[in-house]
Design a protein. Structure first.
Length: 313
C-alpha cells in the first residue's frame, strides 16, 4: 500500500500543489445514495451477495443454490435457511468536465487562471482522492458532444491517464448541456457518483431535464459550478468590448453601465432557477469562484457533505 500511494503521489504532484493535497488528506468523497459497484471499499452495495459481511437469514425457496443453506441452523430448527450477505463496494465516480468556449473566460482577479484551468485542477484533485480511497474514477470531457471518455478505473496508475487528458483539454465550441447529458447517460453502464464540473451556462429547463435523466438512472449527482468573479458582480465601468467565447464572430463594444442592472437581475433569476431545480432533483450545487483556492473550497464542501448540510447558493 505504501509503494502504491507513493506512485499515486508522484503522478499527481507534478500537476497539483502538495499543500493542496495535504489540505484534503482527512477528507473522503462519499456517495449520499446507495450505489452499485464491486470489490471492497467505503460504500455499501444495494445488492445482497454471498461474501464479505453477513446480513441475515431468509427461508429457502425452490431454485436457491443448496450450497448457500446454513446447515447449522437446519440442525437446530429442522428448516432450511439461506445465509445472505451485504457487500461493501467501491464507489464508481465519473467526472464530467465542461470544455466549452465559455470555460475559457479569465478575469483580472483570478491570476490569469481560466475557468477551465481551475476546473481541470479540481477534477485532478477529485481523481486523486477517489483513487486514494480505493474507489474507481473516470473522466468525460465535452463541449457540443463527448470529446474524450476514460472509463472508471481503480488503479493508482490511472491518475496519470486522467491528468494527461486534462492537460490536453482545450476550450471548444458552444454546448447544449441538456442534450449532452442525455447523450452521456447510456454511456455510464453502472450507477454511481456523477460529478459535473461546469459553469452551467444553459437554458435551465433543458439542463434540468438532462440532470433528471441521470437521477432517473439512479446516479448520485454533484455539480461544481465554476464562476469567474467578474461574472458575479460585473465590475466593468468603461466602454468594453465583449467577445463571445463560443462564437468568434460575435463581438460587441458597449457601455456596461447601461447593462449592469439588467445583467445582474438576469443573473439572479438564473441562479435561483438553477438552485431550485437542483434542490427538486436532490442534486448538490456547489458554486466555486476562480479566485478562491480549489482545495479550500473543496475541503469546505466535503466537510458539509459529511455532516449532511446542503451547500448555500
Amino acid at each position: 500500500l505504501g509503494k502504491t500511494f507513493f506512485r499515486l503521489m508522484a503522478s499527481v504532484t507534478d500537476y497539483l500543489h502538495p499543500k493542496d493535497l495535504a489540505r484534503l488528506a482527512n477528507h473522503q468523497v462519499l456517495a449520499k445514495r446507495v450505489v452499485e459497484g464491486f470489490c471492497s471499499g467505503l460504500h455499501r452495495s444495494p445488492h445482497k451477495g454471498f461474501s464479505v459481511e453477513f446480513k441475515q437469514h431468509r427461508p429457502y425457496v425452490p431454485g436457491d443454490e443448496i450450497r448457500h443453506i446454513d446447515w447449522k441452523v437446519f440442525g437446530k430448527s429442522d428448516r432450511f435457511y439461506i445465509r445472505e450477505y451485504e457487500e461493501e463496494t467501491n464507489l464508481r465516480c465519473n467526472l464530467l468536465l465542461d470544455a466549452s468556449g465559455s470555460m475559457d473566460y479569465r478575469g483580472t482577479r483570478s491570476e490569469n487562471r481560466s475557468k477551465l484551468d481551475y476546473a481541470s485542477r479540481l477534477a485532478a484533485c477529485l481523481s486523486y482522492m477517489m483513487l486514494r480511497q480505493t474507489d474507481s474514477v473516470g473522466l468525460i470531457t465535452f463541449d457540443t458532444k463527448a470529446r474524450k471518455i476514460l472509463p472508471p478505473r481503480g488503479r493508482p496508475a490511472h491518475v496519470s491517464n486522467l491528468i494527461g487528458v486534462l492537460e490536453e483539454t482545450k476550450p471548444g465550441g458552444e454546448t447544449d448541456l441538456g442534450a449532452v447529458f442525455h447523450e452521456l447517460v447510456p454511456k455510464l453502464k453502472r450507477r454511481g457518483l456523477v460529478v459535473i464540473i461546469s459553469d452551467c451556462f444553459a437554458e435551465v429547463e433543458s439542463l434540468m431535464k438532462g440532470l433528471a435523466h441521470f437521477r432517473h438512472a439512479k446516479h448520485d449527482v454533484l455539480i461544481f459550478q465554476i464562476w469567474d468573479p467578474d461574472e458575479l458582480d460585473f465590475p466593468f465601468r468603461q466602454w468594453t468590448r465583449f467577445d463571445c467565447l463560443e462564437q468568434a464572430e460575435r463581438k460587441h463594444t458597449v457601455d456596461p453601465n447601461h447593462l449592469r442592472q439588467a445583467y445582474l437581475e438576469n443573473l439572479r433569476v438564473f441562479r435561483e432557477d438553477l438552485t431550485q431545480g437542483c434542490h427538486r432533483n436532490r442534486i448538490d450545487l456547489v458554486p466555486m469562484t476562480t479566485d478562491q483556492p480549489y482545495a479550500e473550497a473543496l475541503s469546505h464542501y466535503l466537510a458539509m457533505r459529511k455532516r449532511g448540510v446542503r451547500p448555500s447558493r
